[in-house]
Design a protein around this ligand. Structure first.
Ligand code: ADP
Length: 320
């Protein structure tokens, strides 16, 4: 039912595709003839071009797209996505947060939006707005998680694809994409469908076992030519809620070691902090709710180089 739900809501979309036979077509959204939505590739059919064009003409209005990946579930990928998006929003950027994690869309819970339902307009699916941030999650459409569990691969991919191209984001500075975990077909199609990704933030936990997964995620990005913005080691030590002292429960440093050995940036280590779990359960972003804590300071230090990299890219685009 949910799959057809998406189709029904988005069926109202106008066909705004640029099918001009002009020799020098421009993208009907951004007006740029260099935009990949402006002309078909040599290896794609008319239908494939139209589909890609629909997606790309949404995304070309977004300056920076960052995907958040992890080798496996439960390491804090959604937590990092929500706090990264909130930190960017708090620094004055226009931000969208897209949760495409089919089997665990936790963004609605983490932002207290479980009761929200998505509505459609002529242009497509309207994101939920919260404190100046636009949010879209598969969780708004798939209210019964058990249903998604039995979806076959192609069905999941179809939903992800349709979902990506149907959301009306408007003009944004940043879109943070919370991907399904792993390096399988789902994150693969997300990285392939979203052209011009700024890069990936890879979240891991400190143990060696998790580090093997992060190595795989880095290789995955290299193979897809997705730049690795950096690795975040989450649940690295435990912050005592009474005295604030950090105790290393699990062996730490796995994320840093892998990042160094694979020559990608290490963005920082976030401790296990009961305040983070509490904020998530209360539907609040920790970084704004507990802004004065040392853990929030660590999160801000992780976000800083991401913002800096974004402004370098912006300058390069404006003054090539
Ligand atoms: P993933 O997206 O990788 O599946 P989540 O972000 O949903 O993981 O996190 C799983 C659970 O762990 C959530 O309940 C979240 O609140 C909690 N959590 C994540 N990071 C931390 C942390 N650093 N300290 C305490 N709890 C955390």
């Amino acid at each position: 039912m949910e799959h057809s739900n998406i189709q029904n809501i988005s069926a109202q979309s106008d066909d705004k595709s640029n099918t001009s036979k002009d020799a020098n077509p421009v993208c009907s959204t951004c007006g740029d003839k260099e935009c990949s939505a402006s002309k078909p590739r040599t290896d794609e059919s008319h239908e494939e071009f139209k589909e890609r064009q629909e997606l790309q003409s949404r995304l070309c209005r977004i300056k920076h797209k960052i995907v958040v990946l992890s080798g496996k579930g439960g390491v804090g990928k959604s937590t990092v996505s929500v706090n990264l998006a909130t930190a960017l929003m708090m620094s004055g950027q226009r931000v969208g947060l897209l949760d495409v994690d089919i089997h665990g869309p936790s963004v609605p819970t983490m932002l207290g939006l479980e009761k929200e339902t998505v509505t459609g307009s002529k242009e497509g699916l309207l994101p939920i707005e919260l404190n100046n941030m636009k949010i879209m999650s598969l969780g708004f459409l798939i209210h019964n998680q058990d249903e998604a569990v039995i979806w076959r691969g192609p069905m999941k991919m179809g939903v992800i694809k349709q979902f990506l191209k149907d959301v009306v984001w408007g003009d944004l500075d940043y879109l943070i994409i919370d991907s399904p975990p792993g390096t399988g077909d789902e994150p693969l199609s997300i990285c392939q469908l979203i052209e011009e990704l700024d890069g990936a933030v890879i979240v891991t936990t400190p143990q060696k076992v998790a580090a093997v997964d992060v190595r795989r995620s880095i290789t995955f990005c290299h193979q897809l030519h997705v730049p690795v913005i950096g690795v975040v080691e989450n649940m690295s030590g435990f912050v005592c809620p009474k005295c604030g002292e950090v105790t290393q429960i699990l062996p730490s440093g796995g994320g840093r070691l892998i990042a160094e050995s694979m020559n990608v940036p290490f963005l920082g280590a976030i401790p296990m902090d009961p305040g983070i779990a509490l904020a998530c359960d209360n539907g609040q972003a920790f970084i704004s709710q507990d802004a004065s804590t040392p853990t929030a300071e660590i999160m801000r230090s992780i976000v800083k180089p991401i913002i800096a990299a974004g402004s370098v890219k912006k300058q390069q685009r404006e003054h090539p």
